[in-house]
Ligand binder design. Structure first.
Ligand SMILES: C[S@@+](CC[C@H](N)C(=O)[O-])C[C@H]1O[C@@H](n2cnc3c(N)ncnc32)[C@H](O)[C@@H]1O
Length: 209
């Protein structure tokens, strides 16, 4: 298995130990062309960085390109609901926001994109991905005693959002319109099996039933 961990931070020896040497740790500007050939990886991990990219759609398109068919991308980001509660305004707005950032050497404003939940989902499916899992993680039990305030907050409010995205083996053409349904009609049966069919959009099909 060949994985790509896209890291914003300098990569040190500890990162390699943690990854067991099984992944390439890459540093790249999200939204720009990744310096890897097509279908080079089985798994991409992009932790807490996608909301900084000006063009999230282009970033997802590059993830899709460098994954082999059947591969997956695991993306984590700030939860859209908590960003909206913190910043106010309309939940449905896409807005460039600023947080105070604490870095060695002094505080520095950090810009990030706040957008509704549907936006990263649409960007991912528009790039060709199928969303396999949506995870709103709860804090680990070990956090309760050590960080009681944070534990309490994170058990009652969302903190992070994790998406596991798959590049379906037989799925090849990203949809430039960013249609959430993707270029093909996809429906998941109650048995959880994926069916794909070409034809009019799902809404049209249902209306014509
Ligand atoms: C919250 S840190 C996450 C770092 C690491 N992935 C982790 O989980 O600990 C966000 C990182 O995203 C990086 N970053 C910000 N804008 C970026 C961009 N447009 N493209 C790639 N990385 C970016 C920053 O340099 C920062 O290191």
């Amino acid at each position: 298995m060949r994985g790509l961990a896209l890291e914003g931070l300098p990569v040190g020896a500890k990162d390699w130990i943690r990854l067991g040497g099984r992944a390439v740790v890459g540093r790249a500007v999200l939204g720009a062309a990744l310096p890897y050939p097509d279908a080079a990886f089985d798994l991409i991990v992009c932790a807490l960085a996608i909301h900084y990219a000006d063009d999230r759609g282009a970033a997802f398109a590059e993830f899709f390109r460098v994954l082999r068919p059947g591969g997956a991308a695991v993306i984590s980001t700030q939860h859209p609901v908590i960003d909206w509660l913190r910043k106010g305004g309309s939940y449905f707005d896409t807005a460039l926001e600023t947080d105070p950032g604490r870095i060695p050497g002094g505080d520095q404003p950090v810009r990030f994109w706040r957008e509704p939940l549907s936006a990263p989902c649409t960007a991912a499916t528009g790039a060709g991905f199928l969303i396999e899992k949506v995870i709103e993680p709860l804090p680990a039990e070990s956090m309760r005693a050590r960080y009681p305030d944070d534990y309490q907050k994170l058990t009652t409010e969302p903190g992070l959002l994790i998406l596991r995205l798959v590049k379906i083996a037989s799925h090849n053409a990203p949809d430039p319109r960013g249609d959430p349904a993707g270029p093909d009609l996809r429906a998941v049966t109650t048995a959880g099996r994926l069916h794909r069919a070409r034809g009019p959009p799902l809404a049209g099909r249902l209306a014509g039933q």
